[in-house]
Write a protein that binds this ligand. Structure first.
Ligand code: NI
Length: 261
């Protein structure tokens, strides 16, 4: 079975057929899904989805796009939400210097604060880093993110940076961009990264892999990422499937019994 380690089923692009899509996962070899959170407003719907579908787990956290008006009060809410047994990570948190929807200093502040919380409550983090590699790594190094563990989602950094992340005991996640023709850096990193440090993801409804670019993405397309990764690493898709499934369970501390398959 495949583990989609990053999806957004609360997104409005699933409003029309959310149940239809999620009901078809098991028969299509998708065994577990981590639904990633971007703002606290999304949490009630994410929890509804997790309650209805035992194979969907959740993170809670505030994406760098959404941090501008955050207060400590929101952090209290976040910690309260994190007590839900389906919550397995704090995320997605990080820095986004491509869009800069929130001022950079504000992004840094709340990344640091949310890593502190993750460490305090013993949960891994899901990191979003877009065009902010240096600042992101500096902050994560300084606040000892390795004590929390977790994953760099949709990894876009260098091999050198991947080496440090792996040294911290964290995971590197590859998504649809690995299948794009112009994808050079993710391919180099995928070649380098040891099989026991890799996760796969869709980031659906975004980042649809080849050959479905332009369509809405869903976990039903995660196998394209696994197949491309197998090709790059010279192993079978089955090996990728098994390794990434086990890795994601380890990363998010999901125990056998909880994974109701
Ligand atoms: Ni995402």
């Amino acid at each position: 079975m495949l583990f989609d380690s990053h999806a957004h089923y609360n997104d409005e692009r699933f409003d029309g057929d959310r149940d239809e899509v999620l009901s078809s996962m098991t028969e299509n070899n998708v065994g577990l899904i981590m639904n990633s959170c971007s703002s606290l407003d999304e949490v009630p719907l994410i929890f509804d989805i997790c309650e209805k579908y035992p194979f969907v787990y959740a993170s809670v956290g505030i994406h760098p796009h959404e941090v501008e008006n955050l207060t400590e009060n929101d952090m209290t809410k976040l910690m309260e939400y994190a007590k839900n047994p389906k919550v397995k990570a704090i995320g997605e948190i990080g820095l986004d210097y491509y869009y800069n929807f929130s001022p950079r200093e504000t992004q840094k502040k709340w990344l640091e604060r949310q890593v502190e919380i993750a460490k305090e409550i013993h949960m891994p983090v899901i990191i979003h880093d877009r065009d902010a590699h240096k600042d992101c790594m500096d902050i994560l190094r300084d606040c000892s993110v390795r004590e929390a563990g977790g994953v760099f989602h949709c990894y876009s950094g260098s091999v050198e940076m991947a080496r440090e992340i792996i040294d911290w005991g964290m995971y590197i996640a590859f998504g649809g961009s690995l299948t794009f023709k112009n994808s050079v850096r993710p391919v180099e990193v995928a070649k380098y990264a040891p099989l026991d440090r890799i996760l796969i993801e869709t980031d659906c409804p975004y980042l649809t892999p080849v050959p479905h670019r332009g369509e809405r993405n869903s976990s039903l397309y995660i196998h394209y990422v696994a197949e491309r990764l197998a090709e790059i690493k010279g192993v079978t898709p089955r090996e990728i499937e098994e390794a990434t499934f086990e890795n994601a369970k380890k990363c998010f501390n999901i125990t056998e019994g909880e994974a109701a398959l």
